[in-house]
Ligand binder design. Structure first.
Ligand code: HEM
Length: 149
């Protein structure tokens, strides 16, 4: 019971931090992005990656050591919807991470470098898709906790 409580609490805290990191990235990725903001963005993106892995690790622990056990989830259609949405969010985050790394390197080589508006627009499209699919995850989570088995 205590393990389930600790894992559930960690799960929720990590999810809020993950959403905060994505929101911070959306605030920073704006036309004229350059210099210090690019370095901050790279740092936040690193935290975003680490938080995603932590959410995944704690989620797996909940499946294995949570109060219901793997049998409760393996046949639950909403659990698999949630896993698919989580995977899609992860895949959608690859292109922005590659661009952020490239921009940071360009800025390191040329201090007056600023990201072009077309590139900002392209990356924001990925990030908006990520945020939209992300919002489905808690809905699937609520469904999986109640139905689908
Ligand atoms: C960003 C990703 C995630 C979000 C937003 C999220 C959200 C949630 C929420 C809101 C709940 C509470 C559901 C409720 O009691 O109504 C929950 C429960 C749970 N989540 Fe996640 N989750 C995420 C990722 C994961 C992953 C990757 C796993 C497993 C690999 C996982 C496994 C679980 C389990 C086992 C529960 C307990 C469900 C129950 O009470 O039966 N979660 N999640």
């Amino acid at each position: 019971m205590m393990t389930d409580f600790v894992l559930a609490s960690l799960h929720h805290v990590l999810i809020f931090l993950l959403m905060a990191a994505l929101a911070a990235e959306l605030v920073l990725v704006r036309p004229g992005l350059a210099g210090g903001s690019l370095r901050r963005l790279a740092g936040i993106d690193g935290a975003y990656g680490a938080l995603s892995l932590a959410v995944l690790a704690v989620g797996v622990c909940r499946v294995v050591w949570g109060i219901k056990g793997w049998e409760a989830y393996s046949g639950n259609v909403w659990f698999w919807h949630k896993m698919a949405a989580f995977l899609i969010v992860g895949l959608l985050s690859i292109a922005p991470t590659i661009r952020f790394t490239r921009w940071r390197k360009q800025a390191a080589a040329n201090p007056s470098f600023a990201v072009g508006d077309a590139e900002v627009k392209a990356v924001r499209r990925f990030m908006h898709a990520e945020a939209a699919i992300f919002l489905l995850i808690p809905i699937f989570a609520a469904a999986m906790a109640r139905y689908g088995a």
